[in-house]
Ligand binder design. Structure first.
Ligand code: SF4
Length: 294
């Protein structure tokens, strides 16, 4: 296939060869893989964008806590927060607000787009929708940026992992942060190489992050970890656009992430037996959720 890639180096070579962006290569590769026309692939992503917007709208409308009581109301709380000296920039604040809305909607069993997973579903959409608003980008640009992030996610999924159960939270929220960092960078006019620098910097910053959901629920620390991933993605994109490079190339960072994930004990891979899940609070929530002391 003309646009097939399995690593960052191969994808970067394809952008060089065709003189185009990561999003274009990913769109063409996806069309080839699914035997669809490019326009159909774009239409499908536009449909997912609509699902994301509905999740944000519904998430913003509700402030009640989830059934577990672990999440809910923070999207509205952050919207209302207007300090005299806003040290957190508006696009980042908006991105986190959108992310909270999506994650809170998920915790109420609403429909979301796993991006790349449910636990990390707020990071890429939050970053891209907030950045598109700040930069005055239309839906066509937004959909392309979603494909940029998808290209990065495909590489990580093929060469490492994307699930907390196999690689810890670095694989979920860390990957989402890398995907968002690359997409933000392309959306802002960065080169393909700068996109990969941003992805490498973002993923490095979250290497080793464990998966320790309290009560085994995708709420705490998941909701707020998406906020961490968003701030990390904006930071990485800015560094890359400033010309700062990662000392370790993207593909090697992915390899490191895979090796760290494989050496993580099971207690820190979504079993709710270690980390925050094993704190006094975590145990109390587990008993409340499971209805026993086991
Ligand atoms: S802590 Fe685990 S379940 Fe929660 S977002 Fe991270 S990887 Fe997903």
């Amino acid at each position: 296939m003309g646009y097939a890639f399995s690593s960052g180096t191969e994808l970067l070579d394809l952008t060089d060869k065709h003189g185009t962006a990561i999003s274009d290569i990913t769109i063409n590769y996806s069309a080839e893989q699914q035997n669809l026309a490019g326009l159909d692939i774009l239409g499908e992503m536009q449909r997912r964008l609509q699902v994301i917007r509905e999740a944000i709208d519904l998430g913003m409308q509700h402030a009640e806590r989830s059934a577990s009581g672990l999440s809910g109301g923070d999207a509205q709380r952050l919207t209302a927060y207007a300090p005299d000296v806003p040290l957190l920039g508006q696009p980042v604040k908006q991105a986190i607000t959108y992310s909270f809305a999506i994650m809170e909607h998920n915790a109420r069993f609403g429909r979301i787009v796993a991006f790349p997973t449910a636990g990390s579903a707020g990071t890429v959409p939050g970053c891209l929708l907030a950045a598109a608003e700040a930069l005055g980008k239309d839906d066509a640009a937004l959909v392309r940026a979603m494909f940029t992030s998808a290209g990065i996610g495909m590489i990580i999924g093929n060469n490492a992992m994307l699930a907390g159960a196999t690689g810890g939270c670095q694989a979920e929220v860390g990957s989402a942060s890398a995907m968002a960092a690359a997409a933000l960078t392309e959306l802002r006019g960065g080169s393909p190489d700068q996109c990969f620098q941003a992805a490498a910097i973002a993923l490095k910053g979250l290497l080793g992050l464990v998966c320790d959901p309290i009560g085994g629920l995708v709420e705490a620390p998941c909701v707020k970890r998406n906020a961490t991933a968003i701030a990390n993605a904006f930071m990485a994109s800015d560094l890359a656009l400033a010309g700062i490079v990662s000392n370790v190339p993207f593909d090697e960072v992915v390899e490191a992430m895979r090796n760290i994930g494989r050496s993580m004990p099971a207690s820190l891979r979504e079993t709710a037996k270690g980390g925050l899940a094993a704190t006094e609070t975590g145990k109390r929530v587990w008993c409340a959720v499971m209805g026993d002391e086991s």
